[in-house]
Design a protein around this ligand. Structure first.
Ligand code: COA
Length: 197
């Protein structure tokens, strides 16, 4: 699929959002290591990522265009199944600490969700109509994520209050809660569903 986040002529200091590319792997790993430390591999959400491949057509980086430009943030999206329905798993998402609190995290999240919303029919077989993540409702709620509690199970222990789903209905909370109610079951990696990665 085409990226919604076109690379524009870079201005000094500007942060652009673009699709993740293979050459971004070392910088992306460095940002996640800094944000989460080695403990990130022990998280239950990691059970949906190990052996899986994130989707290059849906995963984004934030790139700072200042002097030697560099990756300052990243958000990865992975193919999973919830019960029998395809969905995307969002995460990790992180911004370099020196740039926290400037709105980049929210912009990166919004751009990633816009990319997911712009799926074609073929993409939808991979990413489905919902995005799952494990995170804080306070931060993700305004973007249309709602708690699905123990209706959706993960392959390991996790606080059910942190299992959040964003049905494709957008940011309307009532519609989102209704649509999320149609989701349920065990979340598993969808190794065989790769089309875009
Ligand atoms: C979460 C993260 C990506 C936000 O990036 P950012 O560029 O600082 O985000 P923004 O500037 O758009 O927003 C910052 C706001 O979000 C709030 N916020 C950040 N993380 C939050 C959380 N987990 N829960 C609630 N609010 C949170 C901040 O307190 C701040 O609030 P304010 O606007 O009222 O001051 C960044 O803090 C980060 O990389 N953290 C480490 C990795 C991480 O925790 N990722 C999320 C995993 S679920």
């Amino acid at each position: 699929m085409e990226s919604l986040v076109e690379a524009r002529a870079p201005e000094p200091g500007l942060v652009l959002f673009r699709l993740w590319q293979k050459g971004d792997a070392p910088a992306t790993a460095g940002i996640f290591d800094l944000a989460f430390g080695p403990g990130r591999y022990a998280k239950t959400a990691e059970r949906l990522r190990e052996g899986n491949r994130h989707l290059e057509g849906f995963s984004l980086v934030a790139e700072e265009c200042r002097g030697a430009s560099g990756i300052v943030g990243a958000a990865l999206v992975w193919p999973i199944l919830i019960g029998t329905k395809p969905a995307g798993l969002l995460g990790p998402i992180a911004i370099l600490p020196r740039l926290h609190g400037q709105g980049l995290g929210r912009k990166l999240l919004a751009a990633t969700l816009a990319q997911a919303d712009a799926t074609t029919t073929t993409d939808r077989e991979v990413i489905g109509e919902g995005i799952l993540l494990v995170g804080d409702l306070a931060w993700y709620g305004p973007f249309g994520f709602v708690g699905v509690g123990d209706r959706v199970q993960l392959p390991g222990p996790v606080n059910p209050d942190r299992i959040l789903l964003r049905p494709k209905s957008g940011t309307d909370a009532a519609a989102g809660k209704g649509a999320a109610g149609q989701w349920g079951g065990l979340a598993v990696p969808a190794f065989r569903n790769l089309r875009s990665g």
